[in-house]
Design a protein around this ligand. Structure first.
Ligand SMILES: Cc1cc2nc3c(=O)[nH]c(=O)nc-3n(C[C@H](O)[C@H](O)[C@H](O)COP(=O)(O)OP(=O)(O)OC[C@H]3O[C@@H](n4cnc5c(N)ncnc54)[C@H](O)[C@@H]3O)c2cc1C
Length: 476
């Protein structure tokens, strides 16, 4: 269903619930509330539903990750008896970025359509426009064609997400010559040479995609490791492998200036020679998307980074105004935003058994789509030591997984697992994995860890052979 025409939107009476933002969290909240019969409206400031995840995040990123994995399979195909290495490398080199982008965009557009139809099916009013607070129960909606109208709501949910952070030209001269992760998804051509700046999961993923698809890739990181909020083992294994497969990793550095040169951009760095590339991608973090939202008008509290402060029930300091998803700056992941939103709606509009429903933010599993992929749940070893001191036990294993059995030694990807246990029963409080299939293996183990599984439970589970995952139950 298309968004409400302004003339109709203006006439709507008071909503039970109005959601600002049509991304993962907003859609989850609105649809669940409507399923209980609440009168619900939702505003989305862009011309498409789905938010970051669907349009410029998880989904198109995963398509690109698969694309890069396909290239890797082709490179390995000769070792398994398909063609010969030279021919296969030529196929990889013939990769057609514009063709793939067109297909990927069409796929995303289909998803946008599905989100539209789902909102309509659930009876949620879709307002296409930018919402800002007038007072605690009133929002101004500036529609995409510039017309303004107001809506009223008993309760309002802020689910406006985040935005990529890019330094200003004052901070780093020429910074605006680069693009951010949103811009990555707009690239019409594959850059032959690219510099990705940042050490978080988005930087690691984008650099891995470029490198896998044959771009000369430079990764510039501030310290000596990537993924510094994760268990250190993961960076210790990933970073040397990234270098081994041809990525140029520049450590302990930073960009001091970007300048236009003939045929590209020159990146000046703190530590090392300038690097000439076609594209610079800033992936140095994200910040709250609160510009123009008018939070000050209603006194909603934010932290010093602009994240909206909400308690475990997603309540802000202002009664009947809630916040969830990336705008809260906590566990910025799609399933977290969806789960927080659904639980909030369960609690506000659902049956009595949901009267205390809320999301438990502990033991949230997450994956980094690097090559090879990473899966992580629970506490990292440093965090576990900080919390439990000497009562933790750490079990690790490193090996080459069997998908590399027919490959040359230098093509075999590394695998490393770490299980962290605590207390006399050795409850499993952390699992960190890097290696082929880690992205898919983790979910099941995350269930076990959420249920409080111990080393004994892991050991009592019969291994599946021959898999990599079996090492998680035989690691002890
Ligand atoms: C490159 C990248 C890769 C990612 N990969 C993964 C992944 O693999 N797995 C994972 O779980 N997560 C991933 N994420 C994170 C995930 O996308 C976010 O956690 C998730 O989208 C957050 O949902 P949200 O509802 O809080 O915000 P968003 O999805 O950002 O939605 C917010 C929406 O609000 C709209 N909006 C903003 N202000 C207003 C306003 N005033 N009025 C109306 N509308 C407004 C915005 O246009 C947007 O559509 C990735 C993110 C990025 C950037």
């Amino acid at each position: 269903m298309p968004p409400l025409p302004v003339k109709e939107a203006e006439k709507i009476g008071e909503y039970d619930l109005f959601v600002i933002g049509g991304g993962s969290g907003g859609l989850g909240t609105a649809r669940r509330a409507a399923s209980y019969g609440a009168k619900v409206g939702l505003a989305e400031a862009s011309h498409r539903l789905g938010g970051t995840c669907v349009n410029v995040g998880c989904v198109p990123k995963k398509v690109m990750w698969y694309t890069s994995e396909e290239a890797s399979s082709l490179r390995h195909a000769a070792a398994y008896g398909f063609g010969n290495a030279e021919e296969n490398d030529k196929i990889v080199a013939s990769f057609n970025w514009p063709k793939l982008k067109k297909k990927r965009d069409a796929y995303i557009e289909r998803l946008n359509g599905i989100y539209d139809r789902n909102l309509a099916k659930d009876g949620v009013d879709y307002h296409e426009g930018y919402a800002s607070f007038v007072d605690k129960n009133t929002l101004n909606i500036k529609s995409l064609n510039g017309e303004n109208y107001t809506i009223k709501a008993k309760k309002i949910v802020i689910a406006v997400g985040g935005k990529p952070h890019v330094p200003t030209d004052e901070e780093v001269p020429g910074a605006s010559l680069g693009i951010d992760s949103d811009g990555f998804f707009e690239l019409e051509e594959q850059p032959k040479r690219v510099a990705v700046v940042g050490a978080g999961y988005i930087a690691v993923e984008l650099a891995g995609i470029f490198n896998g698809l044959g771009s000369e890739t430079h990764l510039l990181i501030r310290h000596g490791a990537v993924l510094r909020t994760f268990d250190p083992m993961l960076s210790d294994v990933l970073l040397p492998w990234m270098e081994h497969v041809g990525m140029n990793v520049h450590k302990e550095t930073g960009v001091t200036k970007v300048e236009k040169i003939d045929g590209g951009l020159r990146v000046h760095q703190k530590n090392g020679e300038p690097i000439d590339v076609d594209t610079v991608v800033w992936a140095i973090g994200r910040h709250a998307n609160d510009n123009g939202l008018g939070l000050d008008k209603v006194g909603v509290k934010q932290d010093d980074k602009g994240n909206v402060i909400a308690n475990e029930y997603q309540e802000t300091n202002v009664e009947d105004i809630y916040a969830l998803g990336d705008i809260g700056g906590k566990a910025e992941l799609t399933p977290v935003a969806i789960a927080a939103g659904r639980r909030l709606s369960n609690r506000l509009f659902g049956p009595p058994e949901f009267k205390d429903d809320k999301l438990d933010y502990n033991d949230i599993p997450s994956v980094v789509f690097s090559h090879p992929p990473i899966g992580s749940v629970g506490l990292s070893e440093p965090d576990a030591r900080k919390k439990y001191g000497e009562s933790i036990k750490v079990y690790t294993t490193r090996f080459r997984d069997m998908s590399g059995a027919m490959l040359d030694e230098n093509q075999k990807q590394p695998t490393a697992y770490k299980v962290i246990c605590e207390g006399p029963n050795e409850r499993v409080i952390g699992l960190h994995m890097i290696g082929v299939g880690s992205d898919e293996i983790l979910q099941g183990f995350a269930v076990a860890i959420k249920c409080g599984a111990t080393r004994k439970d892991f050991q009592a589970t019969v291994a599946i052979h021959p898999t990599s995952a079996e090492e998680v139950v035989t690691i002890f």
